[in-house]
Design a protein around this ligand. Structure first.
Ligand code: PLP
Length: 361
């Protein structure tokens, strides 16, 4: 099996697992219990919170642990700041669908053909009642990196809170991004932590109401017994991902460039959002003459990739990201996303190209 779907999920890191194990067995206490077992668990959560805060350059009390990116996105788009939200049209479904439950309503910000959300487009979308702007740091289908610095300046001028989904942005400098935003969302399983872990970071002074009621956890803003082992693992994974960011980025960039050079020479111009600023771990391709059920064919050859976002890969609907980029419905159903991780080898990339050539006439 060749796994080139790291944007969907990544394997658990050995060091992350080691750090978690004590909290799955011996130190199983509930961090809200006041006895010694509870205090040991609470101490581990406190340490993890401090480590996450340190990596992101924020205050530990600005970190709220969640069950992952979907929860953090929903929470942000529904409960951050009052008023209307302006959402980039290439956001993850967690933001686009979550916004339907926002009291103040929402508008969409159009993208360019390259999938970019320009600061000018944000400016045009803002109205006096806009309280929140949602623009992801890096797109999960095409890898396009958004100009958050310019967008942040526009939000600052107009008094709107900027929220950025940073789930796919672990190869970027998250500290720099956190500085530009009122809130950011993170997910553990994209960075070799377990599934079902993540965080919403909300800066001091930014108003947020609870989405999950029913407990005093997370300063009364997110009810539910904390996933202690998952939180400990998430902190270790985030630290590692940001510490090794440049090394990992160089590794996947070399492989991504090799991959794209080979596919372009076999199929011509097929790289979606080519020429845009992209994270180096994603290569999204659109084949004009791809056979039906290409993904199933690739799977039969042992190649694991996605058609756009993994969470919508069971639907026959066109990709909303590709539609927002002005692609036709036909094209928007034919995207294939290859994504590379620190575990990916050159041999796997070359084999993947050979399989593609075999599957596409
Ligand atoms: N946001 C983006 C950009 C994603 O790529 C994903 C997952 O694919 C999510 C949010 C959802 O994260 P999770 O799987 O942790 O719920």
């Amino acid at each position: 099996m060749i796994y080139l779907d790291y944007a969907a999920t990544a394997p658990l890191d050995g060091e992350v697992l080691e750090a978690m194990l004590p909290y799955l067995k011996a130190n199983f206490g509930n961090p809200d219990s006041v006895h010694a077992a509870g205090r040991a668990a609470a101490h581990a959560v406190g340490e993890a919170r401090a480590r996450v805060a340190q990596v992101l350059g924020v205050n530990p009390l600005e970190v709220y642990f969640t069950s992952g990116g979907t929860e953090a996105d929903n929470w942000a788009v529904r409960c951050l700041a009052a008023g209307r939200a302006a959402l980039s049209s290439v956001e993850h479904a967690a933001v686009l669908e979550g916004a339907k439950l926002r009291e103040g309503g929402f508008v969409r910000i159009p993208a360019t053909k390259g999938g970019l959300i320009t600061a000018e487009a944000v400016r045009v979308a803002l109205t006096p009642d806009t309280g929140l702007v949602c623009v992801m740091a890096a797109n999960n289908e095409t890898g396009t990196v958004q100009p958050l610095k310019e967008i942040s300046a526009v939000c600052g001028e107009r008094g709107a809170v900027l929220f950025s989904d940073c789930v796919q942005a672990s190869l970027l400098d998250l500290k720099e991004i956190a500085k530009l935003c009122g809130a950011i969302a993170l997910s553990g399983h994209k960075i070799n932590a377990p599934k079902g872990t993540g965080a919403l970071v909300v800066k001091k002074g930014v108003k947020i109401s609870p989405m999950i009621a029913g407990g005093e956890q997370e300063r009364g803003l997110r009810g539910g017994t904390l996933n202690v082992a998952g939180i400990v693992g998430f902190a270790v994974a985030l630290e590692k991902a940001q510490r090794d960011r440049q090394k990992n980025a160089a590794h996947v960039k070399a492989l991504r460039d090799l991959f794209e050079e080979k596919v372009k020479s076999a199929f011509g111009d097929c790289v979606t959002a080519d020429g845009e600023d992209r994270i180096p771990s994603i290569s999204h391709l659109t084949f004009q003459n791809a056979p039906d059920a290409l993904l199933a064919k690739l799977d039969l050859h042992g190649l694991c990739v996605s058609g756009g976002a993994a969470c919508s890969s069971h639907s026959a609907l066109p990709s909303h990201v590709m539609l927002a980029m002005g692609k036709s419905e036909r094209e928007a159903k034919r995207g294939v996303r290859f994504s590379f991780g620190k575990e990916t080898t050159e041999e796997e990339v070359l084999k993947a190209v050979a399989i593609l050539i075999e599957c596409i006439p």
